[in-house]
Write a protein that binds this ligand. Structure first.
Ligand code: SAM
Ligand code: SF4
Length: 326
């Protein structure tokens, strides 16, 4: 088992397979988008598979595929099938914006996907457009329905922003009334290509207060081990509600995650600025044993929490989440 310098077991890899995306979410990218990198700068699927194999041998058992939008990368499904064959990988999860995802859901079910996180910030078509700068709500809702039809565990991710989609909170909460899903509200972080925008920030306590204003019976339930969300139920609801204090960083004490960005930067904390570049090491011909040693060294230098990681950065947090993988 992999254990970091603070005694935290590590078994989870979040792998961003592309920096490209078909949405332009307000909290993730500037209006004009970001400069997407030339394809040669991105890890190839072969390189990613080699890294997953190495990490699986070191103790990683769960992989989340994220991005950018995973489904804008060609041949994603073939890549996921190959991950499913790697010894030691017990769970494959996916985070997607749902624009292109619906047709792939039956195959994801066949593959044995453990769960899908679907990003959805509004059920109102106009506000969805304001949030994502694209008119894609119908496609996302099609993905939502298809995931449920295929009986795949589903979590909704909604970034809550004051004065932006605050008023959507109740319609999103109500998705958990009928459906056995977890609707999770995320605090906005400054990973947006521009930097901190305090005017839109809605804290996790404010999110909980707002939900309670309509549903005073909201009650706390047990959180899964290593959960990043505080989880709640409302009486007679089929599903549950989660709140992720992503900016307040309340969950670092049990963090079990590592990240690899689309360009191969290895991150041991979302808030760090990358420990080393694995793509360059692979391309320089390092052996698996050498790579393991480097990975181990980084894991033993892990920041104790997101605040420490942020303090140690060379530049302030402002890169787009699409270049990291959320
Ligand atoms: N494109 C996919 C999607 O949107 O689901 C996967 C990548 S996206 C970067 C992963 C998650 O990060 C999404 O749920 C998104 O809402 C969240 N996210 C992006 N930028 C964020 C920010 N600045 N603060 C908080 N969450 C953010
Ligand atoms: Fe794309 Fe996901 Fe970022 Fe939205 S949050 S712009 S869908 S990568």
């Amino acid at each position: 088992m992999l254990i970091d310098n603070h005694g935290r077991p590590i078994n989870y890899l979040r792998l961003a397979v592309t920096d490209r995306c078909n949405l332009r979410c307000f909290y993730c990218m500037p209006h004009e988008g970001i400069d997407f990198l030339p394809k040669t700068h991105l890890l190839s699927f072969e390189e990613m598979l080699r890294l997953i194999e190495i990490l699986a041998e070191m103790g990683i058992s769960k992989v989340r595929i994220t991005g950018g939008e995973p489904f804008v990368r060609k041949e994603l499904m073939a890549f996921l099938w190959k991950i499913s064959e790697i010894e030691g990988i017990q769970k494959i999860n996916l985070t997607t914006n749902g624009v292109l995802t619906a047709p792939y859901i039956p195959e994801l079910k066949q593959l044995g996907i453990s769960s899908i996180n679907l990003s959805l910030d509004s059920l109102d078509r106009k506000r969805f457009f304001e949030m994502t700068r694209r008119d894609e709500l119908p496609n996302v809702l099609k993905t939502f329905d298809t995931i449920l039809e295929n009986d795949i565990p589903l979590k909704i991710n909604s970034v809550m922003m004051a004065g932006k989609n605050e008023e959507d909170i109740f319609s999103l909460v109500d998705l958990a009334k009928k459906h056995p899903i977890c609707v999770r509200f995320i605090e906005e972080m400054p990973f947006n290509g521009e930097g901190i925008k305090p005017e839109y920030f809605m804290s996790y306590t404010k999110i909980i207060e707002t939900i309670k204003s309509k549903y005073p019976s909201l009650y706390k339930i047990a959180d899964e081990a290593n959960s990043t969300s505080y989880n709640y139920k409302i009486q007679d609801f089929a599903g549950s509600i989660g709140v992720i204090a992503a900016f307040s960083r309340t969950f670092c004490g049990t963090c079990n995650r590592l990240r690899i960005t689309p360009t191969g930067d290895f991150k041991t904390c979302l808030y760090d600025d990358g420990k080393m570049n694995l793509r360059d090491m692979l391309r320089a011909g390092l052996s698996n044993e050498d790579l393991k040693e480097k990975l181990q060294e980084s894991i033993l230098l892990r920041a104790k929490d997101g605040f420490e990681a942020e303090k140690a950065r060379k530049t302030s947090v402002s890169e787009s989440m699409t270049t990291i993988g959320g």
